[in-house]
Design a protein around this ligand. Structure first.
Ligand SMILES: [Zn+2]
Ligand SMILES: [Zn+2]
Length: 331
């Protein structure tokens, strides 16, 4: 995959596969990974569509990478050649700033992100800092494991931000939601799913994953919710979610980008309702979630695409025509 010349909107070239170049060489502390699967995240769409402001262009997208270590850089001890590893969005942090030193490396102002400032997994090979890779255990195939690395991880952080909410609403029932739903049900929560109006397929999917109610995002749920998570990048859903939660409840915005939030009456926020966003992940989130996932067990619903069909996968995601997660598999 070779991105077009840097520009506002990045399109990815289709057509014949480019002749492979020399394999990248891992530097000190890095590993070279042969990519066996890379899931497609909504953030990739925001990168490709030029909606995020700080990409290192040209960039290879993809931050839900599963593969095998083929070459070790100097000083890497955590992994051995042949190990199966996962590479998430958080690719590097400074380790020295206030946030890094206080358990909030997800907020490090110097952080670099995979598939955004570091070349990612829409590729045959990827180089990653070994300190930010996770071992992938459990009976997951490579393609099944890939969506755990962002949809799962960020979804899990969003769920933790929802506190101990028993009645949980989820707006936008895609890759992250389908994983969070399984964890939420396993934790004994009650689930209410909101989809695009009229999206019967997504509503049926949510019901199958344990939602006791599934309706349109402009519907009111049958009872008050304790918390709601917004995975859909639609600012207009925030007032709707605030209207759906109880006093003292929380709305969690789980995406990296959202359209503008329309103004709304203060009454919707009054009575100690809270709005919080989720930014990135910490390595501790990754360790916690990758420990929980096989115990639930979280089952990922995937649709695989050859790497050369990355544009099709992105289009399907943009149009909401995916059930579960798209995963790219190099030929
Ligand atoms: Zn830092
Ligand atoms: Zn992501």
């Amino acid at each position: 995959m070779v991105p077009d010349a840097p520009g506002r909107a990045l399109a990815y070239r289709t057509g014949p596969r480019p002749v492979p170049g020399p394999r990248p060489v891992p530097g000190p502390g890095q590993v070279l990974i042969r990519v066996s699967a890379c899931a497609v995240c909504r953030t990739d769409l925001h990168v490709v569509d030029g909606e995020l402001t700080d990409p290192a262009l040209p960039i290879v997208p993809g931050h839900e990478i599963v593969g095998r270590v083929t070459t070790m850089g100097e000083g890497v001890e955590a992994f051995a050649e042949g190990d199966r590893v996962g590479v998430p969005w958080l690719g590097w942090t400074c380790g020295a700033c206030f946030y890094c030193r206080s358990g909030q490396e997800n907020l490090c102002p110097n952080a670099r992100f995979t598939g955004y400032q570091i070349d990612g997994g829409y590729a045959d090979f990827a180089v990653a800092d070994a300190r930010y890779c996770f071992p992938i255990h459990g009976g997951y195939s490579d393609a099944e494991a890939a969506p755990l690395l962002c949809a799962g991880l960020i979804g899990y952080r969003s769920l933790r931000m929802a506190g101990d909410a028993e009645r949980l609403g989820i707006y936008g029932f895609g890759a992250a939601a389908h994983i969070v739903a399984q964890v939420a049900r396993w934790e004994g929560r009650r689930l209410f799913a909101f989809t695009r109006p009229g999206d019967a397929t997504a509503q049926a999917f949510a019901t199958r994953l344990g939602a006791e109610w599934a309706g349109s995002s402009d519907d009111r749920p049958p009872e008050e919710l304790d918390a709601a998570i917004l995975f859909a990048p639609v600012g207009a859903l925030l007032p709707a979610a605030l209207a759906a939660i109880r006093p003292g409840g929380t709305v969690v915005c789980g995406g990296i980008h959202m359209s503008d939030i329309p103004s709304f009456p203060y009454d919707l926020l009054w009575r100690e309702k809270r709005v919080v966003s989720v930014a990135n992940l910490t390595r501790a989130d990754g360790e916690a979630f990758l420990d929980v996932a096989p115990r639930v067990p979280v089952i990922t619903e995937i649709e695989t695409f050859p790497l050369t069909a990355a544009n099709d996968a992105l289009s399907r995601l943009r149009e909401g025509r995916l059930t579960g997660a798209a995963v790219l598999v190099p030929e």
